[in-house]
Design a protein around this ligand. Structure first.
Ligand code: NAI
Length: 716
């Protein structure tokens, strides 16, 4: 079998190990690769004639992307002792880099994360390339873990405890320049100068012998006092609590570990790191986050089609019609992807406002918390605003984001379609109107699809690509490729009311009102959803979406599924009173204070009282089950109807489109953890509430056969 690592000698006394996994886009540290490293280190340890060793990647733009997560997945059920062994083996192997009788330097070009960053930290020195893609970081917390091959021990000793705590608990990577500032990188040079820079460093270290002193220093406890530790512990814990809401144990575990082991010799610290890892590895949150990793990974590779013989068309320019909230957001995202955009709107004021917003958003810089003028100037030539939709005739893709009115959309298409090029694709951002219905009357319905973005476009990664009856595979592939090009995660969804995300959101929102009318309080309902991990409760979400919009969308769902959607009079009554939610200053909450914060409103209590059917009390579990089980049942109906191609699309769609909690792994992943049989049991007492709680044939069959939504053994 072809080797992943090669050994060469760019100079007689300098060894060079090159990582280059055959046939892979990135280098990953699988067991086989680590074994190869071990034998090369054996070989080098025999040599007495070497001054230094450089480690580099043979793949431009990626150094090492980390450990092999498929191996993690396969070991999720491993006993604790095996997890400890796995960590100890990695630590011992990497530690040899810091024990060789020569200077070790990692020459990093491109992404260097996770296990790759740990390997780099075990080297005496690191040099990094100045290209934009080069970064170093420890994203393990995003998988519910912390670095377990010595990262929590080496990093604090190299960059200081506070910096290490920030890098490891946030999971955020840093650039080469930032690494240089922290002392993590000794030099930053253009990629083509990396090897000479590494060799220069070896020569300098051999002259000064500074590396030998550092080896000594890094084997000892850190030089920190209790006051510093106390302060760092309190401030970091507060930041972590704010970020994780107590739902993700890994960052706190990493913090506690690093505070504790900072006072120990490195060898003891390493033992603690391995022992603590055994508590996180294989935990439900770890398993769920590994599932999310694979959901995202699969999505990146998915072309949107099961066949391989169709390719996406190139999109050289995009037209966006309607420059309101969504149109402006879509145009900004497109511009950020460096694709030229023509924007139009029937209302010239809205067009001017939209065009300004597009530039401001596309040029937004997080550091200055506003548009970067230089970026705005460079993007401006890519945007043209025109009052005439006919000016969009040359675009390869036209995205319609005008008002949600079927007649208006169809009239627009009738005027526009004859002007478009033969190859052009027309897409609608409609949130409720079936694509097949909108396609009626089009000359080329095969080149029409839904391209449903979520609000606010800049934050929401999900895009639903909706396939109408006549939509061609090429159109789907092109829409998917375009969405990816502008940094979104597209999923392909069959046509139907609410498509995927809104169809699953409805049963949940509908049930929140039913619970309210049955006697649960607004706070109890919202708290149960937030405790489950949702970013906000359903009642708060009503206020955010707008109660008028909710009524309108609810009508569509009611018409489609009259047996399952309860048409409650409460929300329409609130709309009648002008309680539209946040936008009108009052909805289920009142927002009429200086900061616009939600406050309880006695008038709402009274109104709810008018429609209440009962006053019974609810346990949190009961509320949670009532909110999420109808969502789950609806998902089984969608799977049975083949509205989605894969269970993973349901879970990814909900996580990226609704903020469904990643630590639950997704709706169907959560359901698998409970098990179909148990789900049927949980539903039984709710069945008298109506057909929305009738177990579906799919769930019953799964329960009878002991099946799971995911293939047994997990996501990969
Ligand atoms: P909006 O009301 O903010 O903007 C619509 C714009 O379209 C207005 O500026 C209007 O002047 C313009 N317009 C109306 N008729 C036109 C025509 N015939 N030709 C050219 N321009 C015309 O609406 P919003 O919220 O941006 O929604 C647009 C579409 O996106 C709708 O189909 C909506 O269902 C969908 N959508 C909305 C979401 C939201 O949260 N607001 C989320 C996802 C989809």
């Amino acid at each position: 079998m072809a080797k992943s690592l090669s050994l060469s000698f760019p100079e007689p006394d300098v060894a060079l190990i090159t990582f280059d996994l055959p046939g892979k886009g990135a280098n990953i540290l699988s067991r086989v690769v680590l074994d190869e490293l071990a034998s090369l280190l054996d070989e080098l340890a025999q040599r007495k004639d070497l001054s230094g060793l450089v480690i580099q990647s043979g793949k431009p733009g990626t150094f090492i992307a980390g450990a092999d997560i498929r191996e993690f997945l396969a070991s999720l059920g491993a006993p604790k002792s095996e997890v400890v062994d796995m960590c100890r083996r990695g630590q011992t192997l990497f530690a040899r880099l810091s024990e060789l009788p020569l200077v070790t330097v990692a020459a990093i070009d491109g992404i260097c994360v996770g296990g790759g960053a740990e390997l780099a930290c075990w080297c005496d020195r690191r040099v990094m390339s100045s290209q934009a893609k080069t970064e170093i970081g420890f994203p393990e917390v995003k998988l519910g873990l912390y670095p377990g091959w010595g990262g929590t021990v080496r990093l604090p000793r190299i960059v200081g405890l506070a910096n290490a705590v920030e890098m490891i608990t946030s999971g955020q990577s840093i650039s080469a320049v930032e690494a240089y500032k922290l002392g993590l990188a000794s030099d930053v040079v253009p990629a083509e100068h990396l090897l000479p820079a590494a060799i220069r460093l070896i020569r300098a270290e051999q002259a000064s012998k500074q590396y030998e002193q550092d080896r000594q220093r890094w084997s000892r406890p850190l030089d920190v006092n209790m006051t510093e530790l106390g302060f760092l512990g309190a401030t970091a814990a507060a930041v972590i609590q704010q970020e994780t809401k107590g739902k993700y144990p890994a960052p706190s575990a990493a913090l506690e570990l690093m505070l504790e082991t900072s006072m120990l010799p490195a060898e003891e610290a390493l033992e603690r790191e391995a022992a603590g890892m055994a508590e996180l590895f294989g935990s439900p949150v770890n398993a769920a986050l590994i599932n999310v990793f694979f959901l995202t990974d699969r999505n990146k590779r998915d072309t949107g089609l099961d066949r391989k013989d169709v390719s996406a068309q190139a999109i050289g320019s995009v037209g966006v019609i309607g420059s309101g909230i969504m149109g402006a957001g879509i145009a900004a995202a497109t511009l950020k992807g460096s694709v030229p955009v023509q924007l139009t709107d029937a209302n010239t004021e809205a067009l001017a406002r939209g065009a300004r917003q597009v530039i401001e958003e596309a040029a937004y810089d997080r550091k200055i918390k506003g548009p970067d003028p230089a970026k705005a100037l460079s993007l401006a030539p890519l945007l043209s605003a025109t009052p005439r939709a006919s000016d969009l005739a040359r675009a390869d893709l036209v995205i319609e984001a005008i008002v949600e009115k079927e007649d208006a959309k169809r009239a627009l298409y009738a005027d526009l379609e004859p002007l478009l090029g033969e190859h052009a694709i027309l897409a609608s951002n409609t949130s409720t109107i079936p694509i097949t219905r909108l396609a009626k009357g089009l000359r080329r319905p095969d080149r029409f699809c839904g391209l449903h973005f979520f609000n606010p476009v800049r934050r929401m990664k999900l895009v639903e690509v909706i396939r109408g009856e006549a939509t061609s595979d090429e159109t789907v592939a092109t829409a998917v490729a375009f969405a990816k090009r502008i940094g979104k995660s597209p999923i392909v969804v069959g046509d139907g009311p609410g498509f995927l995300v809104n169809r699953l959101l409805f049963p949940y929102m509908n049930e929140a009102i039913e619970l309210l009318l049955d006697g649960a309080s607004i706070q109890e309902i919202d708290r149960a959803a937030v405790a489950f991990g949702m970013p906000m409760g359903p009642i708060t979400l009503y206020d955010l979406v707008g109660l008028d919009t909710a009524v309108y969308a609810g009508m569509t769902m009611y018409q489609a599924f009259p047996d399952r959607i309860v048409s409650s009079p409460l929300v329409p009554a609130m709309v009648k009173q002008g309680r539209l939610g946040q936008k009108s200053g009052k909805g289920f909450f009142s927002y009429q204070n200086k900061k616009g914060r939600p406050e309880e409103d006695p008038a709402v209590q009274k109104l709810v009282g008018n429609y209440r059917r009962g006053e019974r009390t609810f346990t949190r579990d009961e509320i949670t089950h009532r909110l999420f089980l109808p969502m789950l049942l609806e998902a089984t109906r969608m799977l049975a109807d083949r509205i989605v191609r894969d269970v993973r699309d349901v879970d990814l769609g909900l996580i990226f489109g609704l903020g469904f909690p990643p630590f639950q792994g997704g709706l169907l992943f959560w359901a698998d953890r409970i098990g179909a049989k148990q789900l049927v049991e949980l539903i039984k007492p709710l069945e008298p509430l109506g057909p929305r709680f009738t177990p579906t044939p799919m769930l019953l069959e799964m329960a009878a056969k002991g099946q799971t939504f995911y293939p047994q053994g997990g996501a990969a």
